[in-house]
Design a protein around this ligand. Sequence first.
Ligand SMILES: C[S@@+](CC[C@H](N)C(=O)[O-])C[C@H]1O[C@@H](n2cnc3c(N)ncnc32)[C@H](O)[C@@H]1O
Ligand code: SF4
Ligand code: SF4
Length: 325
Amino acid sequence: MSREFEAASGWIANNLMSRPWAISIEITHNCNANCLHCDKGEHIKDEKRASIEEYLRIYKEAKPIVVQISGGEPMMRKDYLDIVKAFHNPGHMPYLVFVTNAGLLTEEKYDELKAAGVDKFSISIDFPDERHDENRKVKGLFKHLDELIPKIMAKGNNDVTMITAVTRKNYPYLMDNLRIVEGWGAALNFSMYTSGRTGDEDLLIRSAEDLKKFRAVMDQLIEAKRQGSLIFSSEEILNRYYAFFENGAKTGNCKVGKRSFVVNPDGSICPCAMKKDLAYKTHKEIKQIFVRHNTCDQCFISLRANTEKPIWELVRDIWSTRASL
Ligand SMILES: C[S@@+](CC[C@H](N)C(=O)[O-])C[C@H]1O[C@@H](n2cnc3c(N)ncnc32)[C@H](O)[C@@H]1O
Ligand code: SF4
Ligand code: SF4
C-alpha cells in the first residue's frame, strides 16, 4: 500500500472513528528563545518527562496521520533524535513534522533528522530581517536562517515550510517574508497570533485601520499564491485568517480535541497549547469531557485551520505546495 493511499484511507478511518488527524508532541517546554508572542522561553530545571514508550503508547492509541515533534524548542532535548527514530515507520504512517525555531539546527543535524525519519520541517520566521532576532531574543538567528535554509533546500528534499505567526507587529511585512522565503526556495505558511498563550491582547490585529491594511496584505498574498508562490495556506484559509481578526480574534466551531491534541513533556495530554490547565490521561477522556462542551473560539492557529478543513482542500493544498501543516 502506498504511503499516500495509507494516509487517505487513514483520514477516512480516523474521521469515521473520531480519531485525530494530527497530534503535537511537545517533548520539552524549555526553549533557547523567548519570543514576544509566546509563553515559553524559560529553562525549566528537572522538567518531568514521560518515557519515549509512553509517547508511543499515546500515538498508538490515537493513530493520527501526522505527528508533530514540537515544544518549546524540541532540539533543547538531548534525545530528540531517539524520539524521532521511535516514531519512524519507514514507508508508512505517521507523517513526521519537526517544528523548530532552527536556532540549534545545522546542516549535519538536519541530515541526522532526515535519516531518523523526519518528513517535513516547520521552521518559524517572524520578520524578514534582524527584527526576527529581536522578536525571538536570539542574536544572529535571522542570519543563521539566511545561511542555513538555502543549503538545506539545495539538498533537493523539498521539505521545509517556514511559518509566520502573524501579529499586529509583523503583518505589514508578510509579503517581505514571502520574498525572503521564496529566495531560500522554501514554502511559507501562516498561523494567527492568539493571546491565549500570553494574555497580551496588544499583539492582536483589531483597529479598523490595521484591519484595512491587513486585508490589503492578505489580498497581495492571495494574488501571489495565484501567481504560483509557494504559500501553503490556501486562498480559503487566508480569507478565514483575515475573518478571525475581523471577528475580534474569534472563530467558532473548534474541532480541537477531536481532530488534534497536544501531548505535554510529562505525557499528559491537553486539547491545545492554550489549554494547558486541562490535562487528561487519554484521548478518550478529552473527547468525553472536553470536546462535548467546548465553546472556546479564541484562536485560529495553523494546526486548527488545517485540521478543520475538508479533505479535498487538504489534499489540494499539500499537493500544490508540497508543504507541511
Ligand atoms: C510554540 S512553537 C514550538 C516550536 C519552535 N520553538 C518554534 O518556535 O518554531 C510553534 C509555533 O507556534 C507559534 N506560536 C507561538 N506562540 C504563538 C501564539 N501566541 N499564537 C500563535 N502562534 C504562536 C510559533 O511562532 C511557532 O511557529
Ligand atoms: S515560539 Fe518557539 S521559539 Fe519562541 S518562545 Fe515559543 S517555543 Fe520558544
Ligand atoms: S479555539 Fe480551540 S484550539 Fe483555539 S484556544 Fe480554544 S480550544 Fe484551543
